[in-house]
Design a protein around this ligand. Structure first.
Ligand SMILES: Cc1cc2nc3c(=O)[nH]c(=O)nc-3n(C[C@H](O)[C@H](O)[C@H](O)COP(=O)(O)OP(=O)(O)OC[C@H]3O[C@@H](n4cnc5c(N)ncnc54)[C@H](O)[C@@H]3O)c2cc1C
Ligand SMILES: *[C@@H]1O[C@H](CO)[C@@H](O)[C@H](O)[C@H]1NC(C)=O
Ligand SMILES: *[C@@H]1O[C@H](CO)[C@@H](O)[C@H](O)[C@H]1NC(C)=O
Ligand SMILES: *[C@@H]1O[C@H](CO)[C@@H](O)[C@H](O)[C@H]1NC(C)=O
Ligand SMILES: *[C@@H]1O[C@H](CO)[C@@H](O)[C@H](O)[C@H]1NC(C)=O
Ligand SMILES: *[C@@H]1O[C@H](CO)[C@@H](O)[C@H](O)[C@H]1NC(C)=O
Ligand SMILES: *[C@@H]1O[C@H](CO)[C@@H](O)[C@H](O)[C@H]1NC(C)=O
Length: 670
């Protein structure tokens, strides 16, 4: 079936008309394919049926009457391209050379961008930093808009609805933030991409991928912008923004290629955690997603493994995936499952976002409706008789990790010192706090949860710790979760975090447990904070899959520990550098406690020593080989992603290269 494209250009619209006339006969380059699906495969969403094909490209070529212009949108060499082989040859020369930036000779002219905009259905956005509305030297300066942006700056909703903003602006270069939060007090483009396509069809992704690859542009994929290391940004980039791919469909009985037969749902990759959980409630099912309300389900979260309040029960988010739809680096659109494109399927479940393709949808397992109890409480050192009692209370929590995890529960906790003490050399012993953001007991009543917590709480009581647990129960996971997990603050450039996964054997050894507990205390006394989870990546209710790329260390983990250093809005680049290095170095204590384990790539340290081994473990060799096979020109890049070690961001801020995304992307100098 021919789409509008074929009809619109039948009259042979010339490039000149495309360039000069707003009433151009050129329209979006796409055709709509039939809705048939192979058995076992989910059917394509309407936006996935709108595709770019060789046929569409042939018509584009005829209409433009300019082969080299049409070639900008051609598929890559590994697809069944009909373009001359010599063109393909030429393109492979762009392999591993510096990406083209605005101002370079190779940067597309305004006219070419205009043509691209037409082909992507008018969805191209010339991106400005979100807070540029606050800076009078920017043409879009608008005091009212600035006031709204400033008021909402710490909310994820603001950043996720913007085509290029990210939630951790440290990684775009600390530029262009509203004045209360701004260190630089200036607004430059920074690491924010130059253009973005607000994606509404697969064809638009294919066009953007082909255009960026053929012109050697820096391609960025942004979903929500939640990534801890700002992976969804990149100076001079073209962003594929997947946020509005929000279709969803429930399959009461889905027969998957891997043999699973049961309930499942297909989610567009723009679906966020809260939307998946709400959908689950509405159909009496439960989906495995993150704790955070607005993290994306189908982008970096699932690709990186994805931990969940339900992981100790059902495993990682990546374990739930039965099939996915993907636009690969050569522009082709494929279905990947355990039979078809099995190596892509393996890689994109644990190997990380922005590696070899853009995921457009995921089909995931649906679990039965699940009653859930959550428990929230906190205490500071003032609620205990002494600092030693405070730390004894923490020790007793660590002693219970094995029991808690083996009961299928999860806990998200913070330990630190009061903010006015943080950043000082010694945080003092009078300001410690512990906060159980939420202890989540899936499948348990309040009474069962109380019984599970009793041994720990008895120790707290004997220590004379004052705390008031708040029990929250619902007959479904969504309602329990939504009451217990408020939206988290984002938008500041004040923290640098690192991760370590600690395995079961640490908690079975008196000596290693003691070392871990002492390390926690040392971290806080040195001004660091801990955001930790008691969690298993295996799941007591399932057999963990062995055929995906989730970091193997996750399977044996009892806690994922995030340790962070913090500074303030006036802290200089020197302070940022020193405190960033400090947390990386401090983590050696935990690395030595668990040398064979690893770190969680999606909440990890971009300065992690032996990063590939820590984030990807024994999977790395295969991941790297697949990266070369599927993305030979290095189209996809993100800090810390597979293959990132072959590149460097020539950071323009007073920081070492590749500490943020604010600089030209080039092959690593040797
Ligand atoms: C407040 C907060 C809470 C969090 N809670 C959890 C949690 O409970 N569990 C957990 O495991 N993690 C959690 N995370 C970490 C989270 O997994 C990562 O931030 C993850 O990268 C977010 O993915 P995203 O797609 O939403 O974000 P983005 O920043 O938009 O993207 C992240 C990476 O994935 C790539 N990407 C995005 N979409 C696609 C796509 N469709 N195809 C290919 N690549 C894509 C991007 O290029 C980028 O490299 C949390 C983070 C924050 C800030
Ligand atoms: C490649 O060729 C096949 C069969 O000839 C065709 O169905 C498919 O659409 C082509 N791929 C592209 C990207 O045009
Ligand atoms: C064809 O397009 C290329 C790329 O935009 C341009 O440089 C060239 O001048 C065009 N040729 C003609 C004949 O218009
Ligand atoms: C992006 O497209 C969606 C529709 O898919 C629209 O609702 C939204 O306003 C657009 N956002 C921007 C910034 O263009
Ligand atoms: C707790 O308080 C009780 C009664 O006030 C006291 O007898 C006991 O010694 C205290 N225990 C600790 C560990 O402080
Ligand atoms: C800490 O717990 C008390 C009840 O013991 C509660 O009133 C307070 O709001 C909690 N503080 C935080 C920061 O959650
Ligand atoms: C902010 O941090 C700097 C060091 O980075 C410190 O000198 C300064 O006192 C801090 N300011 C406040 C208000 O805490």
């Amino acid at each position: 079936m021919k789409g509008v494209w074929g009809l619109a250009i039948a009259a042979g619209a010339s490039l000149a008309r495309a360039q000069s006339s707003s009433s151009s006969a050129l329209t979006a380059a796409a055709t709509t394919v039939a809705a048939t699906a192979a058995s076992g495969a989910p059917s394509l969403f309407p936006y996935e049926r709108v595709q770019l094909t060789e046929g569409v490209l042939a018509e584009l070529c005829a209409a433009l009457k300019n082969d080299s212009l049409a070639d900008l949108f051609a598929f890559g060499s590994s697809s069944n391209s009909t373009s001359a082989d010599s063109t393909v040859e030429k393109r492979s020369n762009v392999k591993h050379s510096c990406k083209v930036m605005p101002g370079d000779a190779g940067w597309p002219s305004e006219r070419v961008w205009d043509l691209f905009d037409i082909l992507v259905g008018g969805n191209l956005i010339k991106a400005v930093p979100l807070a540029s509305y606050c800076y009078p030297e920017w043409p879009n300066y608008n005091a009212d808009k600035c006031a709204t942006i400033t008021a909402d700056w710490l909310t994820s909703n603001l950043h996720m609805a913007d085509p290029t903003s990210i939630m951790l602006p440290l990684y775009e270069g600390r530029t262009c933030m509203p004045s209360p939060y701004s260190y630089t007090d200036s607004c430059e483009q920074g690491g924010y991409p130059t253009y973005a396509v607000n994606i509404s069809t697969v064809a638009e992704i294919q066009l953007a991928v082909n255009f960026a690859r053929n012109l050697n542009l820096r391609l960025v994929v942004k979903n929500t912008g939640h990534d801890f290391n700002g992976k969804a940004s990149g100076k001079g980039g073209l962003t594929v923004w997947t946020h509005y791919l929000k279709d969803k469909e429930y399959y009461p009985t889905f027969t998957a290629a891997n043999g699973y037969v049961g309930p499942a749902a297909k989610f567009g990759s723009g679906i966020q955690v809260w939307e998946a959980y709400e959908f689950g409630k509405s159909i009496g099912k439960t989906f495995v997603g993150g704790e955070a309300v607005t993290v994306g389900m189908g982008g970096g979260y699932t690709a990186g493994g994805g931990h969940s309040p339900l992981s100790s029960m059902y495993g990682m988010a990546a374990d739930q995936v039965l099939a996915m739809e993907v636009v690969l680096a050569d522009g082709t659109f494929i279905t990947a499952d355990s039979k078809e494109n099995a190596d892509v399927f393996w890689m994109l479940r644990g190997g990380g976002g922005s590696t070899i393709g853009v995921v457009t949808s995921l089909t995931v397992k649906a679990w039965p409706q699940l009653e859930t109890t959550t428990v929230t409480f906190n205490f500071t050192v003032s609620d205990t008789p002494s600092a030693d009692a405070f730390w004894a209370a923490i020790e007793s929590y660590l002693e219970n990790f094995e029991t808690f995890v083996d009961a299928g529960t999860y806990g998200y906790y913070y330990i630190g010192a009061d903010s006015d003490e943080v950043g000082t050399e010694y945080a003092g012993d009078h300001a410690y706090y512990f906060r159980m953001e939420s202890f989540v007991a899936p499948g348990k009543t309040v009474a069962q949860t109380e019984a599970l917590l009793a041994p720990w709480f008895k120790v707290l009581d004997n220590l004379n710790v004052t705390y008031t647990p708040w029990y929250n129960h619902a007959d479904n996971f969504h309602d329990a979760w939504s009451a217990a997990f408020p939206q988290e603050y984002v938008g500041t450039d004040l923290v640098k975090t690192a991760s370590r996964l600690l395995p079961r054997k640490v908690f079975q050894s008196t000596e290693l447990l003691k070392q871990t507990w002492e390390a926690y205390r040392d971290a806080v006394e040195q001004g660091l904070f801990i955001a930790g989870f008691h969690i298993s990546g295996t799941g007591i209710a399932v057999d963990p899959p062995t055929d995906n790329a989730v970091l193997p260390a996750w399977r044996d983990t009892l806690t994922h520990v995030i340790v962070g250093s913090e500074w303030n809005f006036t802290s200089s680049w020197d302070v940022v550098e020193t405190l960033s290095l400090f947390v990386t170095e401090w983590m050696d204590v935990l690395r030595e406690i668990a040398p064979d384990s690893g770190a969680y790539m999606s909440e990890g340290d971009l300065l992690e020593p032996n990063l590939q081994e820590s984030f990807y473990g024994s999977n790395y060799e295969r991941l790297y080989a697949l990266k070369q096979e599927y993305d030979p020109t290095g189209l996809f890049f993100a800090l810390t992603a597979v293959g990132a070690e072959d590149w460097e961001v020539q950071t323009t801020d007073p920081l070492p290269y590749s500490w943020n995304t604010n600089g030209r992307l080039c092959p690593k100098s040797t």
